[in-house]
Design a protein around this ligand. Structure first.
Ligand code: HEM
Length: 393
Protein backbone atom coordinates (compact mmCIF):
# COMPACT_ATOMS: atom_id res chain seq x y z
CA UNK A 1 0.00 0.00 0.00
CA UNK A 2 1.22 3.50 -0.81
CA UNK A 3 2.22 5.50 2.28
CA UNK A 4 0.14 8.50 3.35
CA UNK A 5 3.24 10.64 2.86
CA UNK A 6 3.73 9.63 -0.78
CA UNK A 7 0.07 9.60 -1.84
CA UNK A 8 -0.41 13.39 -2.28
CA UNK A 9 2.96 13.68 -4.01
CA UNK A 10 2.03 10.95 -6.51
CA UNK A 11 -1.39 12.55 -7.01
CA UNK A 12 0.26 15.88 -7.78
CA UNK A 13 2.88 14.53 -10.17
CA UNK A 14 1.33 11.54 -11.94
CA UNK A 15 -0.02 13.71 -14.76
CA UNK A 16 3.41 15.20 -15.48
CA UNK A 17 5.22 11.86 -15.25
CA UNK A 18 2.72 10.14 -17.55
CA UNK A 19 3.02 13.00 -20.04
CA UNK A 20 6.83 12.97 -19.94
CA UNK A 21 7.22 9.18 -20.41
CA UNK A 22 7.87 9.39 -24.17
CA UNK A 23 10.77 11.76 -23.46
CA UNK A 24 12.05 9.93 -20.38
CA UNK A 25 12.19 6.42 -21.85
CA UNK A 26 14.78 6.93 -24.64
CA UNK A 27 17.19 8.53 -22.12
CA UNK A 28 16.53 5.72 -19.62
CA UNK A 29 17.22 2.95 -22.14
CA UNK A 30 20.24 4.67 -23.71
CA UNK A 31 21.93 5.07 -20.34
CA UNK A 32 21.02 1.53 -19.23
CA UNK A 33 22.41 -0.15 -22.34
CA UNK A 34 25.54 2.03 -22.28
CA UNK A 35 26.21 0.80 -18.75
CA UNK A 36 24.98 -2.77 -19.35
CA UNK A 37 25.37 -3.75 -23.03
CA UNK A 38 25.16 -7.40 -21.89
CA UNK A 39 21.41 -6.90 -21.29
CA UNK A 40 20.99 -6.80 -25.07
CA UNK A 41 22.54 -10.26 -25.30
CA UNK A 42 19.78 -12.74 -24.60
CA UNK A 43 17.48 -10.53 -22.47
CA UNK A 44 16.04 -7.46 -24.23
CA UNK A 45 14.67 -7.48 -27.76
CA UNK A 46 16.55 -4.97 -29.88
CA UNK A 47 13.58 -4.64 -32.23
CA UNK A 48 11.31 -3.55 -29.39
CA UNK A 49 13.89 -0.94 -28.36
CA UNK A 50 14.08 0.41 -31.88
CA UNK A 51 10.34 0.72 -32.29
CA UNK A 52 10.08 2.10 -28.75
CA UNK A 53 7.26 -0.18 -27.61
CA UNK A 54 9.12 -1.93 -24.80
CA UNK A 55 10.48 1.18 -23.01
CA UNK A 56 7.00 2.72 -23.25
CA UNK A 57 5.42 -0.44 -21.86
CA UNK A 58 7.83 -0.61 -18.92
CA UNK A 59 7.67 3.04 -17.86
CA UNK A 60 3.97 3.29 -18.75
CA UNK A 61 3.19 0.31 -16.55
CA UNK A 62 4.75 2.06 -13.55
CA UNK A 63 2.51 5.11 -14.11
CA UNK A 64 -0.44 2.76 -14.53
CA UNK A 65 0.49 0.97 -11.29
CA UNK A 66 0.70 4.33 -9.48
CA UNK A 67 -2.71 5.34 -10.76
CA UNK A 68 -4.13 2.00 -9.62
CA UNK A 69 -2.70 2.58 -6.12
CA UNK A 70 -4.41 5.97 -6.00
CA UNK A 71 -7.77 4.70 -7.21
CA UNK A 72 -7.82 1.31 -5.49
CA UNK A 73 -5.58 1.63 -2.42
CA UNK A 74 -6.29 -1.90 -1.22
CA UNK A 75 -5.34 -3.87 -4.29
CA UNK A 76 -2.77 -4.30 -7.05
CA UNK A 77 -3.48 -4.50 -10.80
CA UNK A 78 -3.01 -8.26 -10.71
CA UNK A 79 -3.54 -8.97 -14.40
CA UNK A 80 -0.90 -6.47 -15.45
CA UNK A 81 1.60 -7.74 -12.88
CA UNK A 82 0.94 -11.31 -13.94
CA UNK A 83 1.48 -10.60 -17.63
CA UNK A 84 4.76 -8.79 -16.94
CA UNK A 85 6.01 -11.45 -14.50
CA UNK A 86 5.34 -14.23 -17.00
CA UNK A 87 7.23 -12.32 -19.68
CA UNK A 88 10.12 -11.63 -17.31
CA UNK A 89 10.43 -15.25 -16.17
CA UNK A 90 10.35 -16.48 -19.77
CA UNK A 91 13.50 -14.38 -20.21
CA UNK A 92 15.17 -15.60 -17.02
CA UNK A 93 15.04 -12.22 -15.22
CA UNK A 94 16.40 -12.34 -11.65
CA UNK A 95 15.68 -9.95 -8.73
CA UNK A 96 19.20 -8.56 -8.72
CA UNK A 97 18.51 -6.72 -11.99
CA UNK A 98 15.78 -4.52 -10.46
CA UNK A 99 18.27 -1.97 -9.06
CA UNK A 100 19.68 -1.58 -12.61
CA UNK A 101 16.35 -0.48 -14.08
CA UNK A 102 15.74 1.65 -11.02
CA UNK A 103 19.03 3.50 -11.32
CA UNK A 104 18.69 4.36 -15.00
CA UNK A 105 14.96 5.06 -14.96
CA UNK A 106 15.27 7.43 -12.02
CA UNK A 107 18.36 9.07 -13.53
CA UNK A 108 16.30 9.79 -16.65
CA UNK A 109 13.31 11.05 -14.62
CA UNK A 110 15.53 13.38 -12.56
CA UNK A 111 17.21 14.74 -15.71
CA UNK A 112 13.87 15.31 -17.41
CA UNK A 113 12.06 16.95 -14.50
CA UNK A 114 15.03 19.14 -13.52
CA UNK A 115 14.19 21.28 -10.48
CA UNK A 116 10.76 19.67 -10.22
CA UNK A 117 12.48 16.40 -9.15
CA UNK A 118 12.57 17.42 -5.48
CA UNK A 119 13.67 14.87 -2.85
CA UNK A 120 9.95 14.39 -1.91
CA UNK A 121 8.99 13.64 -5.52
CA UNK A 122 11.87 11.22 -5.99
CA UNK A 123 11.12 9.47 -2.68
CA UNK A 124 7.44 9.02 -3.54
CA UNK A 125 8.17 7.54 -7.00
CA UNK A 126 10.88 5.37 -5.48
CA UNK A 127 8.24 3.93 -3.22
CA UNK A 128 5.96 3.18 -6.18
CA UNK A 129 8.83 1.58 -8.11
CA UNK A 130 9.80 -0.74 -5.26
CA UNK A 131 6.19 -1.66 -4.43
CA UNK A 132 5.81 -2.75 -8.04
CA UNK A 133 9.24 -4.41 -8.22
CA UNK A 134 8.60 -6.34 -5.00
CA UNK A 135 5.22 -7.50 -6.25
CA UNK A 136 6.77 -8.66 -9.54
CA UNK A 137 9.71 -10.35 -7.81
CA UNK A 138 7.30 -12.28 -5.58
CA UNK A 139 5.23 -13.55 -8.53
CA UNK A 140 8.40 -14.34 -10.51
CA UNK A 141 9.81 -16.34 -7.62
CA UNK A 142 6.56 -18.36 -7.45
CA UNK A 143 6.68 -19.03 -11.20
CA UNK A 144 10.29 -20.22 -11.08
CA UNK A 145 9.42 -22.51 -8.16
CA UNK A 146 6.78 -24.28 -10.30
CA UNK A 147 9.29 -25.39 -12.94
CA UNK A 148 10.52 -28.96 -13.35
CA UNK A 149 14.13 -27.73 -13.49
CA UNK A 150 16.21 -24.83 -12.20
CA UNK A 151 17.53 -23.52 -15.50
CA UNK A 152 16.21 -20.52 -17.45
CA UNK A 153 16.91 -21.99 -20.89
CA UNK A 154 17.66 -25.54 -22.01
CA UNK A 155 18.99 -26.81 -25.35
CA UNK A 156 16.48 -28.25 -27.83
CA UNK A 157 17.21 -29.79 -31.21
CA UNK A 158 15.08 -28.97 -34.26
CA UNK A 159 13.66 -32.23 -35.57
CA UNK A 160 11.22 -30.95 -38.20
CA UNK A 161 10.45 -27.78 -40.08
CA UNK A 162 7.48 -27.68 -42.43
CA UNK A 163 5.39 -25.09 -44.24
CA UNK A 164 1.84 -24.82 -42.86
CA UNK A 165 0.63 -21.74 -44.77
CA UNK A 166 2.02 -19.03 -47.03
CA UNK A 167 5.05 -17.61 -45.23
CA UNK A 168 4.35 -19.71 -42.12
CA UNK A 169 6.49 -22.61 -40.88
CA UNK A 170 6.00 -25.06 -38.00
CA UNK A 171 9.10 -26.04 -36.01
CA UNK A 172 9.23 -29.08 -33.74
CA UNK A 173 12.01 -29.47 -31.17
CA UNK A 174 13.14 -32.30 -28.90
CA UNK A 175 15.30 -31.89 -25.77
CA UNK A 176 19.02 -31.95 -26.54
CA UNK A 177 20.02 -32.78 -22.96
CA UNK A 178 18.61 -34.42 -19.85
CA UNK A 179 16.94 -31.28 -18.39
CA UNK A 180 13.43 -32.27 -17.19
CA UNK A 181 10.70 -30.46 -19.14
CA UNK A 182 7.95 -28.45 -17.43
CA UNK A 183 4.61 -29.45 -18.98
CA UNK A 184 2.89 -26.52 -20.72
CA UNK A 185 -0.70 -25.36 -20.35
CA UNK A 186 -2.63 -24.54 -23.55
CA UNK A 187 -2.10 -20.86 -24.42
CA UNK A 188 1.42 -20.63 -22.97
CA UNK A 189 4.56 -19.58 -24.83
CA UNK A 190 8.29 -20.12 -24.63
CA UNK A 191 11.16 -17.71 -25.25
CA UNK A 192 13.58 -18.92 -27.89
CA UNK A 193 17.03 -17.41 -28.30
CA UNK A 194 18.44 -16.99 -31.78
CA UNK A 195 21.97 -15.80 -32.53
CA UNK A 196 21.67 -12.87 -34.93
CA UNK A 197 24.07 -11.44 -37.51
CA UNK A 198 26.41 -9.66 -35.12
CA UNK A 199 26.61 -12.59 -32.71
CA UNK A 200 24.12 -11.32 -30.09
CA UNK A 201 21.46 -13.67 -28.76
CA UNK A 202 17.96 -12.31 -29.36
CA UNK A 203 15.00 -13.86 -27.53
CA UNK A 204 11.45 -13.95 -28.85
CA UNK A 205 8.28 -15.51 -27.48
CA UNK A 206 6.28 -18.09 -29.43
CA UNK A 207 3.03 -19.79 -28.42
CA UNK A 208 3.31 -23.53 -28.01
CA UNK A 209 1.02 -25.58 -30.23
CA UNK A 210 0.23 -29.28 -29.69
CA UNK A 211 3.21 -31.55 -30.33
CA UNK A 212 4.29 -35.11 -29.77
CA UNK A 213 4.76 -35.80 -26.06
CA UNK A 214 8.08 -34.52 -24.78
CA UNK A 215 8.53 -32.09 -27.68
CA UNK A 216 7.98 -28.35 -28.14
CA UNK A 217 6.27 -27.09 -31.31
CA UNK A 218 5.82 -23.53 -32.54
CA UNK A 219 4.31 -21.96 -35.66
CA UNK A 220 6.04 -18.86 -36.96
CA UNK A 221 5.08 -16.32 -39.61
CA UNK A 222 8.11 -14.69 -41.21
CA UNK A 223 8.29 -10.94 -40.75
CA UNK A 224 10.66 -9.91 -43.57
CA UNK A 225 11.54 -6.73 -41.63
CA UNK A 226 12.12 -8.66 -38.41
CA UNK A 227 15.44 -9.65 -36.90
CA UNK A 228 14.61 -13.16 -35.69
CA UNK A 229 11.87 -14.78 -37.79
CA UNK A 230 13.85 -14.58 -41.08
CA UNK A 231 16.72 -16.42 -39.35
CA UNK A 232 14.35 -19.09 -38.06
CA UNK A 233 12.77 -19.45 -41.50
CA UNK A 234 15.92 -19.36 -43.61
CA UNK A 235 18.98 -20.29 -41.58
CA UNK A 236 17.94 -22.67 -38.82
CA UNK A 237 17.99 -26.25 -40.11
CA UNK A 238 16.87 -29.63 -38.81
CA UNK A 239 19.55 -30.84 -36.38
CA UNK A 240 20.38 -27.33 -35.09
CA UNK A 241 20.18 -26.76 -31.33
CA UNK A 242 18.47 -23.66 -29.88
CA UNK A 243 18.03 -22.47 -26.30
CA UNK A 244 14.36 -22.61 -25.24
CA UNK A 245 12.85 -21.41 -21.94
CA UNK A 246 10.30 -23.15 -19.75
CA UNK A 247 6.66 -22.42 -20.70
CA UNK A 248 5.07 -19.25 -19.33
CA UNK A 249 2.02 -17.09 -20.04
CA UNK A 250 -1.24 -16.60 -18.18
CA UNK A 251 -3.74 -16.41 -21.03
CA UNK A 252 -5.03 -19.91 -20.40
CA UNK A 253 -8.50 -21.42 -19.99
CA UNK A 254 -9.93 -21.09 -16.50
CA UNK A 255 -10.45 -24.65 -15.18
CA UNK A 256 -13.31 -23.38 -12.96
CA UNK A 257 -15.30 -21.93 -15.88
CA UNK A 258 -17.43 -24.36 -17.85
CA UNK A 259 -19.60 -21.96 -19.85
CA UNK A 260 -19.38 -21.19 -23.57
CA UNK A 261 -16.11 -20.06 -25.13
CA UNK A 262 -15.56 -17.71 -28.04
CA UNK A 263 -12.08 -18.04 -29.58
CA UNK A 264 -11.25 -15.10 -31.83
CA UNK A 265 -8.12 -14.84 -33.97
CA UNK A 266 -6.57 -13.21 -37.00
CA UNK A 267 -3.54 -14.44 -38.95
CA UNK A 268 -0.83 -16.06 -36.85
CA UNK A 269 -2.94 -15.24 -33.76
CA UNK A 270 -4.54 -18.63 -34.47
CA UNK A 271 -1.74 -20.38 -32.51
CA UNK A 272 -3.26 -20.10 -28.99
CA UNK A 273 -6.65 -21.05 -30.47
CA UNK A 274 -5.11 -24.28 -31.83
CA UNK A 275 -3.71 -25.01 -28.36
CA UNK A 276 -7.09 -24.31 -26.68
CA UNK A 277 -8.99 -26.49 -29.18
CA UNK A 278 -6.56 -29.34 -28.56
CA UNK A 279 -7.14 -29.05 -24.81
CA UNK A 280 -10.91 -28.99 -25.29
CA UNK A 281 -10.89 -32.08 -27.53
CA UNK A 282 -8.94 -33.96 -24.85
CA UNK A 283 -10.61 -32.65 -21.71
CA UNK A 284 -13.99 -31.09 -22.42
CA UNK A 285 -15.34 -32.20 -25.81
CA UNK A 286 -18.95 -31.26 -25.00
CA UNK A 287 -18.05 -27.61 -24.45
CA UNK A 288 -19.94 -24.96 -26.44
CA UNK A 289 -17.28 -23.22 -28.55
CA UNK A 290 -17.50 -20.56 -31.23
CA UNK A 291 -14.27 -20.17 -33.24
CA UNK A 292 -14.01 -16.94 -35.22
CA UNK A 293 -11.03 -16.42 -37.53
CA UNK A 294 -10.03 -13.67 -39.94
CA UNK A 295 -7.26 -13.96 -42.51
CA UNK A 296 -6.03 -12.61 -45.82
CA UNK A 297 -7.02 -15.77 -47.69
CA UNK A 298 -7.54 -19.51 -47.28
CA UNK A 299 -3.91 -20.14 -48.30
CA UNK A 300 -2.56 -17.63 -45.75
CA UNK A 301 -4.53 -19.15 -42.85
CA UNK A 302 -2.11 -21.14 -40.67
CA UNK A 303 -3.40 -24.47 -39.41
CA UNK A 304 -6.77 -24.20 -41.20
CA UNK A 305 -6.93 -28.02 -41.64
CA UNK A 306 -6.13 -28.73 -38.02
CA UNK A 307 -8.65 -26.14 -36.79
CA UNK A 308 -11.39 -27.73 -38.91
CA UNK A 309 -10.36 -31.14 -37.66
CA UNK A 310 -10.58 -30.09 -34.00
CA UNK A 311 -13.93 -28.38 -34.57
CA UNK A 312 -15.28 -31.56 -36.17
CA UNK A 313 -14.34 -33.45 -32.98
CA UNK A 314 -16.24 -31.00 -30.77
CA UNK A 315 -19.98 -31.59 -31.32
CA UNK A 316 -20.91 -28.20 -29.87
CA UNK A 317 -18.27 -26.17 -31.68
CA UNK A 318 -18.72 -23.98 -34.75
CA UNK A 319 -16.12 -22.30 -36.95
CA UNK A 320 -16.84 -19.04 -38.79
CA UNK A 321 -14.27 -17.36 -41.03
CA UNK A 322 -13.82 -13.93 -42.57
CA UNK A 323 -11.35 -14.06 -45.47
CA UNK A 324 -9.92 -11.32 -47.65
CA UNK A 325 -10.50 -13.23 -50.91
CA UNK A 326 -14.21 -12.92 -51.72
CA UNK A 327 -16.10 -16.20 -51.55
CA UNK A 328 -13.35 -18.15 -49.76
CA UNK A 329 -14.66 -17.77 -46.20
CA UNK A 330 -18.08 -17.74 -44.56
CA UNK A 331 -17.91 -13.96 -44.84
CA UNK A 332 -15.71 -11.60 -46.87
CA UNK A 333 -13.40 -8.94 -45.48
CA UNK A 334 -13.01 -7.78 -41.90
CA UNK A 335 -14.48 -9.64 -38.96
CA UNK A 336 -17.88 -8.34 -37.91
CA UNK A 337 -19.15 -10.22 -34.88
CA UNK A 338 -22.67 -8.89 -35.36
CA UNK A 339 -22.87 -11.43 -38.21
CA UNK A 340 -22.84 -14.29 -35.71
CA UNK A 341 -24.71 -15.03 -32.53
CA UNK A 342 -22.43 -14.77 -29.51
CA UNK A 343 -23.47 -17.27 -26.81
CA UNK A 344 -24.80 -15.73 -23.59
CA UNK A 345 -22.40 -15.79 -20.66
CA UNK A 346 -19.38 -16.64 -22.83
CA UNK A 347 -15.74 -15.99 -22.06
CA UNK A 348 -13.81 -14.63 -25.04
CA UNK A 349 -10.16 -15.23 -25.88
CA UNK A 350 -8.62 -13.09 -28.62
CA UNK A 351 -5.27 -13.10 -30.36
CA UNK A 352 -4.17 -11.11 -33.38
CA UNK A 353 -2.95 -7.64 -34.35
CA UNK A 354 -3.81 -4.93 -31.83
CA UNK A 355 -6.09 -2.95 -34.18
CA UNK A 356 -8.03 -6.14 -34.95
CA UNK A 357 -8.48 -6.96 -31.25
CA UNK A 358 -9.51 -3.40 -30.40
CA UNK A 359 -12.11 -3.47 -33.13
CA UNK A 360 -13.53 -6.86 -32.14
CA UNK A 361 -13.50 -5.92 -28.47
CA UNK A 362 -15.48 -2.74 -29.18
CA UNK A 363 -17.98 -4.72 -31.24
CA UNK A 364 -18.42 -7.26 -28.44
CA UNK A 365 -18.79 -4.61 -25.74
CA UNK A 366 -21.26 -2.70 -27.93
CA UNK A 367 -23.21 -5.99 -28.19
CA UNK A 368 -23.50 -6.10 -24.39
CA UNK A 369 -20.57 -8.30 -23.43
CA UNK A 370 -18.86 -7.30 -20.16
CA UNK A 371 -15.26 -6.21 -20.79
CA UNK A 372 -13.92 -8.47 -18.08
CA UNK A 373 -15.11 -11.56 -19.97
CA UNK A 374 -12.74 -10.67 -22.83
CA UNK A 375 -9.14 -11.93 -22.52
CA UNK A 376 -6.42 -11.34 -25.03
CA UNK A 377 -2.88 -12.33 -25.91
CA UNK A 378 -0.75 -9.78 -27.64
CA UNK A 379 2.46 -10.67 -29.48
CA UNK A 380 5.04 -8.11 -28.31
CA UNK A 381 4.97 -5.51 -25.53
CA UNK A 382 1.43 -4.78 -24.43
CA UNK A 383 0.70 -1.07 -24.58
CA UNK A 384 -3.03 -1.70 -24.48
CA UNK A 385 -2.99 -2.92 -20.88
CA UNK A 386 -1.92 0.53 -19.81
CA UNK A 387 -5.47 1.69 -20.49
CA UNK A 388 -8.20 0.58 -18.15
CA UNK A 389 -10.49 0.20 -21.12
CA UNK A 390 -8.57 -2.92 -22.19
CA UNK A 391 -9.28 -4.76 -18.98
CA UNK A 392 -12.55 -3.68 -17.49
CA UNK A 393 -16.11 -3.11 -18.57
C1 HEM B 1 9.04 -6.55 -20.40
C2 HEM B 1 7.68 -3.71 -16.73
C3 HEM B 1 11.89 -4.54 -14.51
C4 HEM B 1 13.49 -6.66 -18.53
C5 HEM B 1 8.32 -5.70 -19.59
C6 HEM B 1 7.01 -5.19 -19.90
C7 HEM B 1 6.64 -4.39 -18.89
C8 HEM B 1 7.70 -4.39 -17.93
C9 HEM B 1 5.33 -3.65 -18.76
C10 HEM B 1 6.21 -5.52 -21.16
C11 HEM B 1 5.45 -6.79 -20.93
C12 HEM B 1 4.70 -7.21 -22.16
O1 HEM B 1 3.59 -6.74 -22.38
O2 HEM B 1 5.23 -8.01 -22.92
C13 HEM B 1 8.69 -3.72 -15.79
C14 HEM B 1 8.63 -3.03 -14.53
C15 HEM B 1 9.82 -3.26 -13.90
C16 HEM B 1 10.61 -4.08 -14.78
C17 HEM B 1 7.47 -2.22 -14.05
C18 HEM B 1 10.29 -2.75 -12.55
C19 HEM B 1 9.49 -2.45 -11.55
C20 HEM B 1 12.70 -5.14 -15.43
C21 HEM B 1 14.09 -5.44 -15.20
C22 HEM B 1 14.55 -6.02 -16.36
C23 HEM B 1 13.43 -6.10 -17.27
C24 HEM B 1 14.84 -5.17 -13.91
C25 HEM B 1 15.94 -6.49 -16.68
C26 HEM B 1 17.01 -5.76 -16.45
C27 HEM B 1 12.41 -6.80 -19.36
C28 HEM B 1 12.50 -7.46 -20.65
C29 HEM B 1 11.21 -7.46 -21.19
C30 HEM B 1 10.37 -6.78 -20.22
C31 HEM B 1 13.75 -8.04 -21.28
C32 HEM B 1 10.76 -8.10 -22.50
C33 HEM B 1 10.33 -7.23 -23.55
C34 HEM B 1 11.30 -6.92 -24.66
O3 HEM B 1 12.43 -7.35 -24.71
O4 HEM B 1 10.84 -6.21 -25.53
N1 HEM B 1 8.71 -5.21 -18.38
N2 HEM B 1 9.89 -4.36 -15.91
N3 HEM B 1 12.33 -5.56 -16.68
N4 HEM B 1 11.12 -6.42 -19.14
FE1 HEM B 1 10.51 -5.48 -17.48
Amino acid sequence: MLSEKSRPVIEATIGTIAERIPDITPVFYRSMFEARPDLLDGMFSRANQKNGTQPQALAGSIAMFASHLLNHPDSYPDEVLSRVAHKHTSLGLLPDEYPTVHEHLFGAIAADLGDAATPEVVAAWDEVYWLMADALIKIEKGLYAQQANDVMFAPFRLISKEQVAEGVLAFEFEPADETPMTPSVAGQYVSIQVVVEDGLRQPRQFTLVPSDPGHRRIVVREDPQGEVTPILHRDIAVGDVLEISNPYGDVTLDPQFHGPLVLVSAGIGITPVIAFLDQLVREDPEREVLVLHADRSEAAWPGREIVRDYVSKLPNARLVSWLGVPGEGDFDGHMDVSQVEIPQGAEVFMCGPLAFMQSVRSQLVAGGMPGRAIHYEIFGPDLWMLHDEARTA
